[in-house]
Design a protein around this ligand. Structure first.
Ligand SMILES: [Zn+2]
Length: 346
């Protein structure tokens, strides 16, 4: 979201962390009276950090081609994971990163389902020709609401509230140059620097009221926009985006726009493209799991298709990389794809 474009220094972030970034007064806190049509928001239906860790360990035990590794710990000491499928070092490699922002959880739900699919006949043979890294729920503390600031104003009901920031109030997706937070440090030291990664999709959620061509989007995508990114790297990002667009927008339920994003290299889409020469793609799914600002939150009735959108994105891109069809993608659609607009809400 646009408000997220504020670049925060660590000190600034700490100072700001107790202050809601939006001044909007939220009514009926915690009661979830209705979002976009009498829907409730109850975070109890979302996978907890512990459930995720258990799931990953079970899949690791079950899937011979999968290797689960701890890359570091969150501020509050939660192990952070990478699920690896590295059959051949010569294969092209893609990284999927979810939940740098703790309140953007459906991307993780989709990534876990994707991992499950990799262990079934559904994705048979794909991992022979592409290496896959999945880092789910990078901001585990924010996802569990285990933070050193108040979430009393957050709108969702349920066992926990989910927040964008890590435990000390820092936006991890503004820390990709400094790498001060343990979560970003773990990602850079034990994933980004360690593997020869060609592609990366950074999965997020945005507000619920963006539209393209007059229709609400299911999500929006964007390539690196910093002028310092190598044009070939950006072209790879555009090809990655072409695969995603074709797979999602053609479904009938998917409707993608071009995301409006800034040039700052503190965010992964730009910073990681420049630092490592990785073709990055930002995917902003519609609607957050929780927030203090009501219009950003989306009713759970939409969970099914948003999780499916994540799975479709991950599966289509690994297939296109595995069979080499990503190399011949036509990137000209980017020239006509309209930027998303914000629909005025009451
Ligand atoms: Zn985000």
């Amino acid at each position: 979201m646009k408000k997220g474009a504020i670049t925060l220094s660590l000190a600034g972030a700490l100072a700001l962390s107790a202050v809601p970034l939006n001044s909007t007064v939220v009514e009926a806190v915690g009661n979830g009276p209705g979002y976009g049509g009498n829907e409730t928001i109850n975070t109890s239906i979302l996978t907890t950090y512990s459930e995720m860790a258990d799931f990953l360990k079970k899949q690791d035990a079950k899937q011979p081609q999968m290797e689960l590794e701890v890359i570091g710990q969150s501020v509050k000491g939660r192990d952070l994971y990478v699920a690896k499928y590295m059959s051949n070092p010569e294969n092209p490699t893609i990284l999927f990163l979810t939940q740098q922002h703790g309140n953007e959880q459906l991307t993780t739900e989709g990534a876990l389902e994707f991992i499950k699919h990799l262990g079934t006949g559904k994705m048979k043979g794909v991992t022979d020709n592409v290496n896959i890294l999945v880092v789910p729920m990078l901001n585990a503390d924010g996802a569990m609401g285990d933070v050193d600031f108040s979430l009393d104003d957050y709108v969702a009901s349920g066992d926990r509230n989910l927040t964008r920031y890590n435990a000390v109030g820092v936006d991890l997706n503004r820390d990709h140059i400094d790498k001060i937070q343990p979560e970003t440090k773990a990602l850079h030291e034990n994933v980004m620097s360690k593997y020869d990664i060609d592609y990366m999709i950074d999965l997020h959620h945005q507000g619920a009221s963006s539209e393209r061509d007059g229709e609400l989007v299911s999500g929006s995508i964007l390539y690196p926009t910093t002028p310092n990114a190598d044009p070939e790297v950006v072209e790879g990002s555009k090809k990655l985006g072409a695969v995603v667009f074709d797979a999602v927008d053609s479904t009938g339920w998917g409707h993608l726009g071009k995301y409006r994003g800034g040039d700052a290299e503190t965010i992964s889409r730009n910073g990681i493209a420049v630092e490592y020469g990785i073709s990055t793609l930002l995917f902003e799914m519609r609607g957050m799991s929780d927030h203090e600002y009501e219009p950003y939150v989306l009713g759970q009735k939409s969970n099914g298709y948003l999780i499916k959108q994540t799975i479709t994105t991950l599966e289509s891109t690994v297939r296109a990389i595995a069979d080499g069809s990503i190399d011949t993608q036509d990137t000209s659609f980017w020239d006509t794809l309209a930027f998303q607009q914000t629909r005025e809400t009451e």
